[in-house]
Design a protein around this ligand. Structure first.
Ligand code: AHR
Length: 623
């Protein structure tokens, strides 16, 4: 491998190069990164009409002592369903000591940990000033982890009262439920029941461990909130940003019909923008452009969708005195969010029929956005890598989910001959899928590393990259594989996640001129350099992805350095394992992770052995 380490011959990789794509899929947000513990907190998931299904809430008590139903008496305008609980027993006539009531298991069990604090909020009214007991209880053993009595003295049947209590748990159970019970006769209505850990990232509601996993990738861009989630199968189930902002109690929630689950929309448009800011990444808003999978709005009816987008941009970055910017300000963020990119939908340009409608509607969005916000970069999802677009765009979206590792690896060349005239490319979704990739194994990861090396090489055209999907709750895998796997209390990265971590310094780095002299089609290599932000020293990084099942010997020649420059502190980081199918798991989260070792020699000519099926980094400090 011949490397010219002179910056003069190198080219700068865009600052925005490595990013993440967050989609509400696999319970990534609801029951995932969004730390809300209660599922279906407003009892709306069963629909707007009564009687409504209250699942996953369950009833504690038998039919003779309790009758639970729903009505439309909520004090919240956008979600009228409330829960009605008629209690026919009391402590003197057969109510169990612990009472009867309702229980919520959260998303496959709430994680309640000893010494940690949890804020429970709910709304209540009742006929006879009924006392309630609120408790966190182990779902598997019934053991109480925290509990309090809420006096019913100031509760009456005609006025809703807001109850808030902070619990400190005195025991741990990763599979707990929240119970609201009573042993007094009468009728109680409940609505908007929330339980949040107090300790979330900056108090912004993000689960700390999952936030840290994403932050560790140093993403520079943050695409959200989907994917197909933005479209819905039907337009009525699409992501409508206006219904996801403001007070959480007044968000109607919606059924994401593509991935098949209800979300209370605690993680809404505002939270997506906030998360991008917390990650120090630029948000990229994928908006609904009048398309769902089975329904499309044509040009005659597109205006309300265009207005919705303009309003959304104003919400994100308008002045705090503007109509929509003032709502953002009232939510605690007077300063505009740094929204510079929007994407006109997701994957609609993929079929001939949709392409026709997409291209018809697209100028309406493009012109209106550019007129109001000339600096905003607009992303089309028509692929410009093969033929020029028939419409203006700053970037085009590009997705790839190959089912073969060789195909994935060879996609490294897909942009080699793509036109450099016109919009830049945003590879916003890629991953190896299918049988060969298992649930995210080493083979998939090495193939993806080869692809990323190709994207680095083409980073004069490819401005941004993100893997997909980012998250999976292990209890609801709608898409396989994914980068980060979690349950109520554990998390690990798949090998693909660890590959992303090996590329996190590429954003803004100098891509060095290098030539890999080999006939092997299964080897890819690149070299970058950047200045360490802490000590200001330049670092040279060489990456090699080896798809071979054998060890490969390589010689690295480094030229172009001034004679006064020394190479020091050589380190080697290797991602490999004994079997291509090896995966990480909750019981063995570190089976396939990068392992670093210190080398004892750095020089301008070096011999190395590259492990079979591996991704290897060689880092050296230049001073
Ligand atoms: O990443 C999963 C899905 O794949 C996305 O929702 C969609 O854009 C693509 O088809």
């Amino acid at each position: 491998l011949l490397i010219n380490a002179s910056n003069k011959l190198g080219k700068q990789i865009p600052e925005t190069f490595m990013g993440v794509f967050f989609e509400e899929i696999n319970h990534a947000g609801a029951g995932g990164l969004w730390a809300e513990l209660v599922s279906n907190r407003g009892f709306e998931a069963g629909g707007k009409n009564v009687p409504s299904n209250i699942g996953p809430w369950t009833i504690i008590g038998d039919e003779s002592s309790i009758h639970v139903s729903t009505d439309q008496t909520s004090c919240f305008e956008h979600n009228k369903i409330a829960l009605k609980m008629e209690v026919n027993c009391d402590s003197s006539n057969s109510c169990p000591l612990d009472g009867i009531g309702i229980s919520n298991p959260g998303f496959w069990g709430m994680n309640i940990e000893e010494g940690k604090k949890y804020k429970v909020v709910f709304y209540v009214r009742s006929t006879s000033r009924i006392d309630l007991k609120v408790s966190f209880v182990g779902s598997n053993d019934g053991v109480k982890l925290a509990s309090t009595n809420i006096k019913g003295n100031d509760v009456n049947a005609s006025t809703w009262r807001r109850v808030e209590h902070v619990f400190e748990a005195y025991a741990t159970n990763h599979n707990s439920s929240l119970q609201i019970t009573t042993n007094e006769k009468g009728v109680v209505w409940l609505d908007q029941v929330s339980a949040m850990p107090l300790d979330t990232y900056k108090g912004h509601g993000f689960r700390n461990d999952l936030f840290e996993m994403v932050a560790a990738l140093k993403p520079r861009i943050f695409r959200f909130p989907g994917g197909c989630y933005v479209e819905g199968k039907w337009l009525r189930n699409a992501f409508r940003w206006k219904e996801t902002i403001g007070a959480w109690e007044n968000r109607p929630g919606h059924f994401g019909d593509v991935w098949g689950y209800w979300t209370d929309d605690g993680f809404g448009f505002f939270e997506g923008l906030q998360l991008a800011e917390d990650l120090n990444a630029l948000p990229i808003w994928v908006f609904n452009n009048g398309f769902s999978i089975y329904e499309q709005v044509n040009i005659s009816a597109i205006s309300p969708f265009v207005q919705e987008v303009l309003d959304g941009i104003e919400f994100a970055r308008g002045s705090p005195t503007s109509k929509w910017g003032s709502i953002r300000a009232s939510m605690g963020h007077p300063k505009p969010f740094d929204l510079r990119y929007v994407a006109v939908g997701n994957e609609e340009c993929d079929t001939q029929q949709n392409k026709f409608i997409y291209e018809g509607n697209y100028p309406k969005f493009y012109d209106a956005i550019k007129r109001a916000y000339p600096d905003i970069q607009i992303i089309t999802n028509c692929d410009a890598s093969k033929e020029p677009l028939n419409h203006p765009a700053d970037l085009y979206d590009y997705h790839q989910y190959p089912k073969s590792s060789n195909y994935m690896f060879n996609l490294a060349q897909v942009f080699d001959h793509a036109s450099r005239i016109g919009p830049k490319a945003f590879v916003s979704e890629y991953a190896m899928t299918g049988k060969e990739s298992g649930r995210g194994n080493l083979l998939a990861a090495v193939a993806e590393a080869g692809f990323l090396i190709g994207l680095e090489k083409n980073s004069d055209l490819v401005e941004m990259v993100s893997y997909a999907p980012l998250f999976v709750n292990n209890n609801d895998q709608k898409w396989n594989p994914d980068a980060i796997v979690f349950n109520s209390h554990q998390v690990y990265g798949t090998p693909s996640y660890w590959v992303l971590s090996l590329f996190k310094e590429s954003s803004g780095a100098t891509f060095l001129n290098s030539t890999l002299q080999t006939n092997s089609p299964t080897l890819a290599a690149s070299a970058i350099s950047w200045k360490d932000s802490i000590n200001g020293k330049s670092i040279l990084r060489i990456k090699v992805a080896n798809m071979e099942s054998q060890t490969v010997n390589i010689v690295i020649f480094i030229e172009g350095l001034e004679s006064s420059v020394h190479l020091s502190w050589p380190r080697k980081t290797v991602l490999t394992s004994s079997n291509p199918m090896d995966e990480n798991s909750f019981s063995n989260p570190n089976m396939v992770v990068p392992r670093e070792s210190i080398l004892d020699y750095a020089g301008k000519i070096m011999n190395f052995q590259i492990d079979p099926l591996s991704v290897t980094l060689f880092d050296m400090t230049m001073y």
